[in-house]
Design a protein around this ligand. Structure first.
Ligand code: GCB
Length: 605
């Protein structure tokens, strides 16, 4: 029997149209619509949202978003889902962490909540801000489709101006975390595929003309005495903005024409560094709009095989981190992030690799405040569909969203455009394009990618190396690669001409009785791998940093042996985020030694 459905226009359409999602896959919510959020007042839309998983995409087929609230007894046709009653979930959250039956669910899920706005003021514009939605998110207001965002870890804004009705409105989001060949990442990853609205959602208002973007940086000319501000205004093409940095006695006006303004100021800021993470309060006003930020000024550059901060070469004493928590999944919070930085501090780090996708923006804000350098990355991971132009646009958009979000963070020194990708022509074209985009959007930072060794030639050799500033190198000698002597051979055979950062190395180690007493997966074996790695790497003078894999054990579907149980155990600390493994102390000793040597030599740390 055919279903009746006025909403789906005719009964057949809901059942027979396999292109039902095409009109909604517009990717219209992208970096072009991002609005600078620093200092803006907003209303949090976190909290309980009505929720339903939708394995068959019935919601898009039947147009659940067009169902307007109606008492069950007044309905003229049967609804397969009622967005206005029933189960709720908290936002932010990942559904996998809420119920066992949702643990492995991959597909669409519907979120619904009321939006009560009182009177609608025509002089104001209103926007929604989503911190992240994993992976594909379609937004509806009062039954109307407002746009679609791709990418599981970057923010987006949705304009509601002119669409809200006084009083109660209904907001719906259809979030889909299906893994597909053309997405970024694609089907196969070594981390858990968390879906959902897992970062903050908020509503904010602005005047008609608003500050869309502000980019502040120390001009990288080696004089440390010029600050540049680039601004973008939306809703007015000309006027004057006022920039103030009280700590530098700066109060200047910036003329705006064609919606853009730029000023260079001669000032002598105290330089930001891990040892001295000094931040300046910055305010920008345009008409009735005001934004603010806390910004550090520093210069990062590459000179030969050195990474140079504020004129001083430095070694990146790092560790890689995922966004993963045994209870919360990919959701994080300030306490979790502060604990992460404390652990990094205990380890003697001055640097973290935020793998393999953009982390919560609070991570970089805290790194600014606490004095850590960061590598930030987009999930161009393994075998992306490099020949697909749509995949490229998705990756480039995620990169642009990340850069626009975090380019005022002094802590961020590296934009990474990918991880362990095969050295093919299509990949080279794809990732070269991304590196160029990174440089265009932000000429003040270094680019990198986590590359693979050429195992046939036992050399550091990847065609992408010509197009990035730092060669990230993932190598697992002692774990995936048995023959440890090859690592020393690679060292001898390579002459990269650029700084190399060991972006990953490590081994799984399972603590105590849950692991074997010795051999692979034992804590002792893991510690031995760290000892041997350090012994070889310390001799390579072009290695200018490392971020072993990884600070904490993390959840992943593809690891299912009896020691792993759905976890990658390469953490220096167990998934409880408390118990340190033996290898932690080995790396900490090495980092202490490097820091002491740098201090003696008078280098930056
Ligand atoms: C890698 C990947 C990382 C994995 C790690 C591992 O090379 O870049 O995502 O989790 O190895 O543990 O195998």
């Amino acid at each position: 029997m055919l279903e009746r459905s006025k909403l789906a226009e005719n009964a057949l359409q809901a059942l027979h149209d396999e292109d039902y999602d095409r009109p909604f896959n517009t990717q219209s919510l992208n970096h072009n619509g991002l609005i600078f959020m620093g200092g803006r007042a907003s209303e949090s839309l976190n909290g309980d949202w009505n929720f339903c998983v939708d394995l068959l995409d019935t919601g898009l087929r039947q147009k659940w978003f067009a169902l307007l609230p109606e008492a069950p007894e007044d309905r003229k046709e049967p609804w397969d889902y009622d967005p206005y009653m029933g189960e709720t979930v908290p936002v932010p959250s990942n559904w996998a962490m809420l119920k066992e039956k949702w643990y492995f669910f991959e597909g669409s899920a519907w979120y619904t909540r009321p939006l009560d706005v009182g009177n609608v003021d025509d002089e104001k514009r209103r926007f929604l801000h989503f911190g992240a939605a994993g992976y594909d998110c379609k937004i509806f207001l009062n039954g109307q489709f407002l746009g679609n965002h791709y990418g599981a870890s970057t923010p987006f804004c949705v304009e509601l101006t002119g669409l809200l009705q006084p009083g109660r409105n209904w907001l719906m989001a259809c979030v889909n975390n299906t893994r597909t060949r053309d997405r970024v990442p694609m089907r196969n990853t070594d981390w858990f595929n968390y879906g959902g609205l897992y970062r903050d959602v908020s509503l904010f208002e602005t005047p008609r003309a608003l500050i869309k973007d502000v980019f502040l940086y120390l001009l990288p000319d080696g004089t440390f005495s010029q600050i540049c501000a680039e601004i973008e205004i939306c809703g007015a093409s000309s006027g004057e903005a006022t920039l103030s940095i009280p700590g530098l006695s700066v109060e200047v006006s910036i003329p705006v024409s064609n919606g853009k303004g730029r000023v260079t100021l001669s000032v002598q800021p105290e330089l930001w560094s891990p040892d001295n993470p000094v931040l300046y309060d910055v305010e920008l006003a345009f008409g009735a709009d005001r934004v603010s930020d806390r910004v550090g000024f520093r210069q990062i550059e590459r000179a030969g095989t050195d990474i140079v901060l504020n004129g001083e070469p430095l070694f990146l004493r790092g560790i890689s981190v995922h966004e993963d928590d045994a209870e919360l999944g990919k959701v994080t919070n300030e306490a979790d992030l502060r604990r992460r930085f404390e652990h990094a501090r205990d380890l003697g780090c001055n640097y973290l690799r935020l793998a393999h996708y953009p982390h919560d923006d609070l991570a970089a804000r805290l790194a600014d405040e606490l004095g850590f350098l960061l590598w930030e990355e987009i999930p161009v991971y393994w075998a992306i569909d490099f020949a697909n132009p749509a995949t490229y646009l998705d990756a480039e958009n995620q990169l642009a969203e990340l850069i626009k979000r975090d380019r005022n963070r002094a802590s961020v020194i590296i934009w990474s455009v990918g991880n362990e990708n095969p050295d093919t022509d299509a990949r080279l074209e794809f990732m070269r394009g991304l590196a160029e985009t990174a440089r265009k959007l932000d000429p003040t930072r270094l680019t990198s990618a986590a590359c693979l060794v050429n195992h046939a030639a036992n050399r550091i050799e990847d065609r992408l190396a010509d197009h990035i500033d730092i060669i990230g190198l993932n190598e697992y000698y002692g774990w995936y690669e048995e023959n440890f002597d090859d690592l020393a051979a690679i060292g001898r055979n390579s002459d990269p001409g650029k700084p190399v950062v060991i972006s990953e190395t490590g081994a799984d180690g399972v603590i105590g009785e849950n692991g074997p007493p010795h051999g692979l997966f034992s804590e002792d074996y893991m510690a031995e791998v760290y000892r041997r790695q350090i012994a070889v790497l310390r001799e390579l003078d072009y290695v200018k940093g490392m971020s072993p894999w990884i600070l904490y054990d993390f959840r992943v579907e593809r690891r299912q042996n009896i020691f792993q149980n759905g976890y990658n155990h390469k953490g220096l600390i167990a998934a409880d985020k408390k118990t340190k493994k033996k290898a932690f102390h080995i790396l900490a000793d090495y980092y202490r030694e490097i820091a002491a040597a740098e201090k003696n030599a008078g280098m930056a740390s």
